[in-house]
Design a binder for this molecule. Sequence first.
Ligand SMILES: Nc1ncnc2c1ncn2[C@@H]1O[C@H](COP(=O)(O)OP(=O)(O)OP(=O)(O)O)[C@@H](O)[C@H]1O
Ligand SMILES: [Mg+2]
Length: 328
Amino acid sequence: MLSDVTSSPHTAPASPATAEALVEVNHLVKRYGRFTAVNDVSFTIRRGEIFGLLGPNGAGKTTTLEIIEGLRRADGGQVTVDGLDVRRDRRAVQRRIGVQLQATTLFDALTVRETIHLFGAFYPSARSADDLLREVALEEKARARPQDLSGGQRQRLALALALVNDPALLLLDEPTTGLDPQSRRLLWETILRLRARGKTIVLTTHFMDEAQTLCDRIAILDGGRIIAQDTPSGLIGLLNASATIDCALVPSPGGQPPDSAALRLLPGVSDVQAGAERVRLYSTRIEKTMTALFQYAEARGMSVEQIQVQAPTLEDVFLKLTGRGLRE
Ligand SMILES: Nc1ncnc2c1ncn2[C@@H]1O[C@H](COP(=O)(O)OP(=O)(O)OP(=O)(O)O)[C@@H](O)[C@H]1O
Ligand SMILES: [Mg+2]
């Protein structure tokens, strides 16, 4: 894949040192007054990958993207795109990037095709509207007004606008927030196709399934800091578990509630999270843990109810790292 990417004139490395890395963010700091929104953030985005910034509301995802895009000034640290400093070489950087903002304002007086033309007019060599409409599967809506598009179609139009200058790097801020499952999947397919064509993509999301499905590598942001970064499977590997068992352990009338210290000692259990009503066991040996769990419950007169067994997810990783759910 790398050879495809580097053969494109738009992604030719600025220097041999940046052959692998397209974006380098080093010790980035951004403050709003006395509040530090981005706190010593460092990561590298490799050519041809989909890199995800995953984190809850207010984590600093948009701020980080806007600094890479040259829309905000950092208070500390350094960001380069293709070896170019985003502050010193702002215009050269902007020729190499395509941006989809968290909310895109469109002119309802123009049709979809006219909107693409308008955006193309800002660039010396813009891609043709037909080509872009095909790329995002919006050919049938060329004459529609943005106000008459569905949420998913609007997001695909916003993506077409980000692609108008045929950028090497696409920055997508929550591209699927507010979309129904089918529109999300359509957009995922488009994003994966773009990677297959050699684009490098950075996206923000607070959907762990989206990050898990799309991203080659992920940085998890919380409170302005990166708390973990790796491939999805590397992050899930932090849990040291092959499965999670979720259930309610219901005591018999007058019986004892479940004891998480005792559950932790069951065979195969690597971690336990006990809420008021449900417990979650992380297990490296699912069959052994299940058998032992039923024996534990029976010996104490408890019933095991609403049991769910599944592979651990990035949500579990976030929970383990922060003690909170991603959307709390
Ligand atoms: N212009 C601003 N002035 C003051 N504070 C700001 C400004 N922009 C963002 N912040 C604060 O900085 C923090 C990070 O905001 P940011 O928009 O980067 O978060 P985010 O991770 O993109 O969140 P979301 O998932 O809600 O989009 C938040 O606490 C936010 O309130
Ligand atoms: Mg945001």
